[in-house]
Write a protein that binds this ligand. Sequence first.
Ligand code: VGL
Ligand code: ZN
Length: 214
Amino acid sequence: MTPKNITAQDVLLVIDVQNDFCPGGALDVAGGDAVIAVIQQVAPRFEHFILTQDWHPAGHSSFASSHAGKKPYEQIELSYGMQTLWPDHCVQGTKGAEFHPALDLPQAEMVVRKGARPQIDSYSAFFENDRTTPTGLGDYLRDRNFTRVFLAGLAYDYCVGYSALDARRLGLQAIILRDACRAIDLNGSVAKIEAEFAEAGVTVMESADLFGPS
Ligand code: VGL
Ligand code: ZN
């Protein structure tokens, strides 16, 4: 089936479209808010939506401020491996953690909150950064008989990308709508994750490919 034939087994997974990842936010991704218009434009094509929300407690272990002498964007070894350190962002209950006000998807059936455990980060919507602790989303999609996930949101090279790779690990088809994402692009992170997409069979396409003659 070509990607544009969207069915009831397809879900649009909208990753972390939160104030802190948009201009003026604590971890602002260049042009982050520009994904919203694209998401709203493709939304009528989909029947099912799931949103994710980065949702850290204050003092989270992924924050540079939680580690003496460390600055944002440095790396540190945590129990589960190397972790990039970030500015404090998406702290539970703050304005920065709220969805951007222009994101208008009241029909979303589920919101997955991730990164809530103090000692472990979670880029992926499916597994925390140890790559083994599930969020529950994989079982939810299986129970609901969803077989394909289309992905949009922030950031392309972190939470969107890790979610797409984990979707493939779970046997789902994964299709990223590239123009509905923006990247952080830290130390070659875009090139690195795109090599992993090719290996894992993640499809990357433009939102316009959902429209027009089949
Ligand atoms: C993200 C870094 C830290 C993301 C979340 O949503 O891509 N990136 N937390
Ligand atoms: Zn985070």
